[in-house]
Design a protein around this ligand. Structure first.
Ligand code: ATP
Length: 202
């Protein structure tokens, strides 16, 4: 329909969980993180450009981009990081928009952890923030990824604050209830988005 709802929230807030519940209602989504991986798959022009720039040591033996090697090459090298972002950001945006345009559900979700940090809300009609207290973000992510609290805290610190995120939200879903109770909270949002999408089309 061309109506896009941006779905965002901090690390471990429940974006994937919530998107799955929307899928059960027939709503399609585009995942910005997946798109970012797609543009550097073997055979993509961007991967060749990266290899020309950093050398073939940036590849794994199987020809896939060695993401850890790339991260360490741009970490604390602002010029390299800028070069990489200028290469990849337009490609990611273009592919994201193509995939959103190909969605056939009443509206589409754009799932992006860094939606607000990267100002991707310019491509959305509405922003839905999944909100959880920090303690719950930490404990759920630690349990899911089996990583120490410091590692999760570092990622959390690199993202915008909870209050800033809430300030930029059109809708907020508080994800402190059990997953089985979330579907009931998503229903009214779903109906509103269907209505908004209809109005946009008209
Ligand atoms: P990331 O940004 O790190 O990819 P995310 O926002 O997609 O995370 P999820 O993976 O959906 O978050 O959720 C984080 C963890 O918390 C998962 O293990 C998930 O099963 C669990 N979880 C999500 N929502 C709830 C809930 N309402 N009750 C209990 N556990 C939950």
């Amino acid at each position: 329909s061309g109506y896009v709802v941006g779905l965002t929230g901090g690390i471990g807030s429940g974006k994937t969980t919530v998107a799955n519940l929307f899928h059960e209602l027939g709503i399609q989504s585009v995942d910005a993180d997946l798109v970012a991986r797609e543009v550097v798959m073997p055979g993509e022009p961007a991967l060749e450009t990266i290899v020309q720039h950093f050398g073939s040591s940036i590849l794994q033996p199987d020809g896939q981009l060695d993401r850890a090697a790339l991260r360490s090459r741009i970490f604390t090298h602002d010029a390299e990081k800028l070069w990489l972002n200028q290469l990849l950001h337009p490609l990611i945006r273009q592919r994201m928009l193509q995939q959103l345009a190909a969605c056939t559900s009443d509206y589409a979700l754009l799932i992006a952890p860094l939606l607000l940090e990267n100002k991707l809300q310019i491509f959305t009609d509405r922003v839905l923030v999944i909100d959880v207290p920090e303690e719950l973000q930490l404990s759920r992510t630690m349990q899911r990824d089996q990583v120490p609290v410091e590692q999760v805290q570092n990622i959390l610190n690199s993202q915008i604050s909870r209050s800033e995120r809430l300030r930029l939200a059109d809708d907020v879903l508080l994800n402190t209830v059990p997953v089985v109770e979330l579907q009931a909270q998503i229903q009214p949002l779903h109906r509103r988005y269907q209505q908004f999408a209809k109005e946009k089309l008209a």
